[in-house]
Every structure is written in C-alpha cells, then in structure tokens.
Design a protein. Structure first.
Length: 279
C-alpha cells in the first residue's frame, strides 16, 4: 500500500513539474494570412488569440507579450526618436520589468521600434517564466537594462539592449551572437512571434515582431508585423508591401533558458548578410 501511495505521489509531482517550453516549429511553407486575421485593425490586444493558432511553443508567449505592451497604450502611445533631446528618447513608454526587476524608468511616454520589439521579447519572457521562481543574476540583469544607472541613455552595442538597439540586424546581434537565445530562420519559415529586422530599399531599417505574410485585394504581397512607427503614432500592427524591402533578418527565440547564463562581455560581428524575400 505504501509503495502505491509513493508511486502516485511521484507521478503527481512529475506531472505538475514545469516542463521546458517547446520551441516553435514550422513546415517551411510561407504563412499567408487571411483577411479575417486582419479584422481586428491596427490597435488591439488579440495577437495571442488571432495569430496564436499558427504557432506552438515559445512564440505564443511573445504574442502575449505584444498584447501586454499594447495594453499600456491602446492608441499607440506616441512615437518619438531623439537621443540628444531633453529628456532623451524613451524606448518604451512605461516602466518595464523582467522577473520583477526594473529595466527602465521611461523619460517619456513615447516609444520607437526597437524598444517595442525588445519589450515584447521581455514581456514574453515574463509570461514564460511566470511562477517559476527563477531569478536573474546581477550581471545578466545589468546587461539587459535599457538605461544606465544614472538614468542616462545606454548607447548602441553596449551589452544586451545596446546590441538589440544598434543599427543593422540588432535581433541577430543580441539573440544569436550575444546571448545564444535565438536561431535564424528563412523568410518562408517565419511564424508569428519571430523577431524581424527589415532593411528598406530607402536605406533605413525597422525592428518589429513578425505576424505573417499577406496578399491584398490588388494582388500585392505584403508583410504584416507589430511594432512602434511614426505612421501609427506608436505601437500597432502594420501591413507593408514586400516591394519596399531590400532584405531581412528573422530570428526565433529558441533557447530562452540562456537568459540566466549568457556572458555579458561577449562581442558580436555586425557584418552579416540579410535574406532577400523570394516569395
């Protein structure tokens, strides 16, 4: 009888133990959204509901992270860049925390693109590790901060946030090279919740969270993403013609556990090629 009780207890403990999160997978086919997928409009907190049906695993937490960020400013919250302004630009418009530790005391209520994608990443991690009891080491926490201890701006290529925020493919710098938390995927493999950096034919760039590909009523091919941009006055979904894009870098969060072990003194190579969209 005692053996039976112990066996049942063991099985209950085993079944209740928090499993390692599953990496999102794909079948290599282009994910083309339907018109209904865009029916919520630009400003909404239904990303996990609408786009979650296309993913499994970790990416669903990123979609939940988007909804958390969007909920802080349902009208977008405003877009502003100006690192030399007083007060300086703010990557995101609210106090962002990771596992209970503050990463930013926002100097403004506005945001910009890399700040919004980074915030979706961090809020996704908050959902993923909710109730786990895990804690950040001091060195990792300091690397993830979005400003210096005196409240000043953290410059590009300085630690985790500095790599994410840098010109070029910051998602690759931070997630693939600096921390080892991410893996590059090709455009045909992209799934909602992947991190997409766009290099425009105009010469500028954009840091966003990928939601899908879309063919509009005129037959034009588009990419759908969530980010902060001037045209939407901050956080919102946007549908943009693929014809405007020179190349992209798409990174999937595959090793979130390395959040607790990455080495903050790691250097990165910024001379990396992107991928054309051959769709």
């Amino acid at each position: 009888m005692r053996t039976l009780v112990l066996s049942v207890t063991f099985l209950m403990l085993f079944s209740c133990a928090k499993q390692e999160p599953q990496v999102t997978t794909d079948d290599g086919r282009w994910l083309v959204l339907t018109k209904d997928d865009l029916s919520a409009g630009a400003y909404h907190t239904r990303h996990a509901e609408i786009f979650g049906k296309y993913v499994n695993g970790i990416n669903l937490y990123i979609l939940k992270g988007i909804d958390k960020v969007q909920s802080t400013a349902m009208d977008g919250g405003g877009y502003f860049i100006g690192k030399d302004s007083i007060p300086t630009e703010s990557p995101i418009g609210y106090e962002l925390k990771l596992l209970g530790r503050s990463l930013l005391e926002p100097p403004r209520t506005t945001s910009y693109c890399s700040g919004s994608s980074y915030s979706a990443f961090l809020e996704g991690l908050n959902f993923l590790y909710q109730g786990s009891g895990k804690k950040l080491g001091d060195r990792q926490y300091e690397a993830l901060r979005m400003q210096e201890k005196d409240g000043g701006r953290r410059e590009d290529h300085v630690k985790f946030w500095g790599e994410w925020n840098a010109d070029g493919f910051g998602n690759h710098f931070a997630l693939v090279q600096y921390s080892g938390m991410g893996t590059v995927v090709k455009p045909n493999q992209a799934r909602p919740g992947d991190f997409l950096n766009i290099s425009w034919k105009s010469g500028l760039g954009h840091s966003v969270v990928f939601l899908g590909w879309y063919i509009d009523e005129a037959g034009e091919k588009n990419v759908v993403y969530w980010s902060s941009q001037r045209s939407t006055n901050g956080y919102a979904d946007q549908v943009t013609p693929v014809a405007r894009i020179k190349e992209v870098m798409i990174v999937r969060l595959t090793h979130p556990e390395r959040l607790f072990t990455f080495q903050p003194d790691t250097t990165v190579n910024t001379k990396i090629p992107g991928s054309p969209i051959n769709w």
